[in-house]
Every structure is written in structure tokens, then in C-alpha cells.
Design a protein around this ligand. Structure first.
Ligand code: BES
Ligand code: MN
Ligand code: ZN
Length: 501
């Protein structure tokens, strides 16, 4: 789908979209169209429930006397609530609607609305962003799909008086959307296509935007001592990898320490010898979503030339049962020097992150470190699919992450950490064990384990198991891989870690 901005002009074909805010308040272009058409907008509204509330859509098909296939009234909601997220939702909802009804081209008029927090160019840019995000579809392996079942919309034109301003506002959002698509693709690919080596290979595309990409292979990892990570991968025929992606966007900063992002990249999680039940095991292809988001985030930061030093480190493994797999009761010496008793080979994400987080803080001395992981089923029990869990040793970092999440619609809910929980992973045989003594507080236990490997760097752990993959469409996120965390972290960097100027 092509999205373009243009100056307002007469629309003579296809669908014309105009906005209506709450209480059926017509935007100027809607009012003009209503007048020109002898009041069909007003009449259509009064014969329906459409009120112009958010997410509402009203179709007027084949409007008499106009050369249009359809007029769409898009509900904008309350005027004073028209912000970036609101307009993204308008764009996303619109695209889904037009694809459903089979439209191929649509033009939306975006007016300056007195009383709205956002000016028309920004409104148009965010409609474009939401439209693009919703248009994502992972269909490369669907070779026999009938044309009539494919999305129909080819072109969305946004008419706005200040075209240059809209384009300027849209450009960085468009690049962020591309980075989100990169993430979503990685996460959606099946595990016979994306495994540690091929994931690492795909990260190399980031060199094109100025990121330094280092790939550590098994030999190097063994030499460095990434033994808990390697223990997870040792049952697989696919060798493990760690990818380090560095973006040096603030070379002249007084404080050059980077922000660090670590990702769990379990390209497939069978559970290993502590094997999972077969029902639903296919979901474990997206057990590398944390790593997929970190890779996409690095691209997003570099693509918009973020004035920040950042490093992304992803631990890539495949967790398989085999004669060479780790056994429950194995004891492994982690990179940090701490010994780990592996009591459940299905609690593997924390073993990967133990080495990745230790390595990252030790090598880069980051200002702050954030890890993303589809770590526990327990976070789904606690928070469902609405919020990701956040656990942190730092209140300011937590606050910044939560508010960035609110701004972009990726919500976080904090769970506690503490000494009493930590006691539960003391091992009788080693320094620490990788599970607690029972099912209690499973998400927190996972975080406590990782915390043993982060030293005192300000750190936050995002458990994204409930939000990395969606079974239903939302306005800007079609079902499937969400890339949850990318927009949130990009926003947090922009709000708190970029240099002025
Ligand atoms: N990858 C899973 C967690 C998961 C579950 C992610 C469902 C997405 C959806 C993780 O590796 C895992 O298996 N966790 C175990 C931990 C347990 C053995 C302590 C779990 O949640 O059951
Ligand atoms: Mn597991
Ligand atoms: Zn896992």
C-alpha cells in the first residue's frame, strides 16, 4: 500500500474519507461535503448510531450526484483528545475497514481543527503511521491465496494544506514503522527459517544504517565463558550465536556510556529435556521476540539518527531435547563466575539472559540496561495480554519506561522484586538454581534470577510473554507478531536519553 500526502483538491474517484468528531461535529471538509451533496452526511448519520466517537466508521456507498464510490465518515472522538495515538488508531481502523469492503484507493481530508491538541500536518502524519502499521501482513508463504481475499487497498492519499510539514512529521515515523516491520518479520518467520545463524545474518542489514554488528560464534562464546547460554543451545544441531549491535549516535556526549538493550532470542523453545506438552508448542517460534524487538529497536534508533549511544545484545539459541541436551540437575558455571543448577531446562530464557546481561554490563558499563524476554507463562496469568510485566532495581527508570509505554500504547505494569523472593532461588548444590521451589510468583522468580547477573547497573526486565504475539487485531497492530517494546523503548530514548540539538 502506498501512502502519500497531497494538497487538498477535488476528489473524483474512489473513496473519500472525512473526519467527524464526537457529538457528530463535522470537520470543515465534512461540512463542505455535506453541503455540496445536499446533506447526505447529516442524513446518513441520523439514520445510524454513528456519533463520531473514536473507532467509529460510517460508510455512505455510491453517494448520489458525486463521482465517488463511497464516502467514509471516520470518528475522531472528542476534539480535545485528538493526539498522536488517536490519529494512529484512525489510520489503522480506516485501512482495515477499506480492505474489508474491497476499496483500492482512498483519499482522506485532514483539516486543522481548532481545539485539537495536534495540528493538521501531525494529524495526517499519524494517520499515515497508523495506516502503515495496520497494513502489516506476513504472507510471503501464502502462495495460493485468492486475489479477492488479499487486502485490496493500494493507495491512501492524505490531503493536508501544509504538505511539506506533514511529510517532515511523517518521515521519522515511517522509518520507525519499517523497523517495526523488520522486527515483526523476524518474529513471524518459522523456526526452520530463522534460527541463531540466520537471525544473526539478518542483523547484518543494520550495517546499512550505520550500526556496528558483531556476531559471536560458539567458539568465541565458549572461550569467553557463555556457559549457561551454551548449555541451552547444546541440545540443538543449530549452533548458538550472540549478536552485539552498537549505535554511536552521540559520539561527543560528555557521558559516553551507552544505553543497553538485551534480548532473549530462543528461536524455538521445546522446553528441552523438561519438554513442553505438544499442544500449543508452535507458539514457541516467537520465543525470540525479545531479540527481534532489540534488533528492530537498534534499526529504529539508527534510522532516525537518534542522538544516543546504544548497544543491543541478543542471545540466540534453540532449546531442543537430544542426547547432547542439558539435563535437569546439570550445574554450569556462568560467565559471571556464579554456578547455576539447571533444575528445569524449560526455564531457559533466564539462562540465556544471565550470560547476555552479565556480558553487557561488564563490557559496556551502560547507563542503564533493559532486557526484553518472553520469559514466563506466569506473566500471562497475572496480566493477560494487555500489559507487559516490568521488574526493576530502579524507580526512575521504571517511571520513564511506564510513561513512555503509555504514550505509545504499550503498557507496562510493575511487579515487585525482593529479598524474600530471591531466597527461593538459592540452590543446595550451586550458587543459584534456575527455578523457584514451587509455582508461586513465577514471573518475579524469573526476574530475580536475571538480577543475580546484573550487578548494580540501573536495570529493568520486561516480561513480554503475554504481549509479543496477538491473537486478535487492534487498531494499529494486526494479529500476529506485535514487536511490543520497540515503540516504547524508542520513545523512552527520545524522551530521556537523547542529547539536545
Ligand atoms: N518461553 C517460555 C515462556 C512462555 C510461555 C512464553 C508462554 C510465551 C508464552 C519460557 O521459556 C518457559 O518455558 N517458562 C516456564 C518457566 C518455568 C519452567 C519456571 C513457564 O513459564 O512455564
Ligand atoms: Mn522455556
Ligand atoms: Zn522460552
Amino acid at each position: 500500500m502506498k501512502i502519500a500526502f497531497a494538497k487538498p483538491e477535488q476528489t473524483n474517484s474512489g473513496t473519500l474519507v472525512v473526519g467527524v468528531s464526537d457529538e457528530r461535529k463535522l470537520t470543515p471538509s465534512a461540512a463542505a461535503l455535506d453541503k455540496k451533496s445536499g446533506g447526505i452526511l447529516t442524513r446518513a448519520m441520523s439514520s445510524s448510531r454513528f456519533k463520531g466517537r473514536k473507532d467509529e466508521i460510517l460508510d455512505i456507498v455510491a453517494p448520489k450526484g458525486l463521482p465517488l464510490s463511497r464516502i467514509v465518515l471516520a470518528g475522531l472522538g472528542k476534539l480535545d483528545k485528538i493526539d498522536a495515538l488517536r490519529m494512529q488508531a484512525v489510520g489503522g481502523t480506516l485501512v482495515a475497514h477499506l480492505n474489508r469492503v474491497g476499496e483500492t484507493t482512498a483519499t482522506m481530508q485532514v483539516d486543522q481543527l481548532p481545539g485539537a491538541p495536534l495540528g493538521a500536518p501531525d494529524m495526517a502524519a499519524h494517520v499515515a503511521y497508523g495506516a502503515k502499521l495496520r497494513s502489516y501482513r506476513f504472507d510471503k508463504y501464502r502462495t495460493k491465496e485468492k486475489e479477492e481475499n488479499k487486502p485490496s487497498l493500494r493507495a491512501l492519499n492524505l490531503m493536508v494544506t501544509d504538505v511539506a510539514a506533514a511529510r517532515k512529521s511523517s518521515a521519522p515515523l515511517d522509518r520507525t514503522a519499517d523497523a517495526i516491520f523488520f522486527s515483526r518479520d523476524l518474529i513471524s518467520e518459522p523456526p526452520n527459517v530463522i534460527y541463531p545463524e540466520t537471525f544473526a545474518e539478518r542483523c547484518k542489514r543494520l550495517t546499512a544504517v550505520g550500526i556496528k554488528v558483531e556476531v559471536l560464534d560458539e567458539k568465541q562464546l565458549a572461550k569467553l565463558g557463555f556457559n549457561t547460554l551454551l548449555a541451552v543451545g547444546q541440545g540443538s544441531v543449530r549452533p548458538s550465536r550472540v549478536v552485539v549491535m552498537s549505535w554511536n549516535g552521540a559520539p561527543k556526549a560528555k557521558d559516553k556510556r551507552p544505553l543497553a538493550f538485551c534480548g532473549k532470542g530462543v528461536c524455538f523453545d521445546t522446553g528441552g529435556i523438561s519438554i513442553k506438552p505438544s499442544a500449543g508448542m508452535e507458539d514457541m517460534k516467537w520465543d525470540m521476540a525479545g531479540a527481534g524487538v532489540v534488533a528492530g529497536l537498534m534499526e529504529a534508533l539508527a534510522a532516525r539518527r537518534a542522538k544516543v549511544n546504544a548497544v543491543g545484545v541478543v542471545g540466540l539459541v534453540e532449546n531442543m531435547p537430544s542426547g547432547s541436551a542439558a539435563r535437569p540437575s546439570d550445574i554450569v558455571k556462568s560467565l559471571s563466575g556464579k554456578t547455576v543448577e539447571i533444575l528445569n531446562t524449560d526455564a531457559e530464557g533466564r539462562l540465556v539472559l544471565a550470560d547476555v546481561c552479565w556480558y553487557t554490563q561488564d563490557r559496556f558499563k551502560p547507563k542503564a540496561m533493559i532486557d526484553l524476554a518472553t520469559l514466563t507463562g506466569a506473566v500471562i496469568v497475572a496480566l493477560g495480554h494487555e500489559y507487559a510485566g516490568i521488574m526493576s532495581n530502579n524507580d526512575d527508570l521504571t517511571k520513564n519506561l511506564i510513561s513512555a509505554g503509555e504514550a505509545v500504547g504499550e503498557k507496562l505494569w510493575r511487579l515487585p522484586l525482593g529479598e524474600a523472593y530471591d531466597r527461593d532461588i538459592d540452590s543446595d548444590a550451586a550458587d543459584v538454581k534456575n527455578i523457584g521451589s514451587n509455582r508461586a510468583a513465577g514471573t518475579i522468580i524469573g526476574a530475580q534470577f536475571i538480577q543475580r547477573f546484573v550487578n548494580d547497573v540501573p536495570w529493568a526486565h520486561l516480561d513480554i510473554a503475554g504481549v509479543a504475539w496477538s491473537k486478535k487485531d487492534t487498531a494499529t497492530v494486526p494479529k500476529g507478531a506485535t514487536a511490543f517494546g520497540l515503540r516504547l523503548l524508542d520513545r523512552m530514548v527520545a524522551d530521556h536519553y537523547e542529547e539536545a540539538g
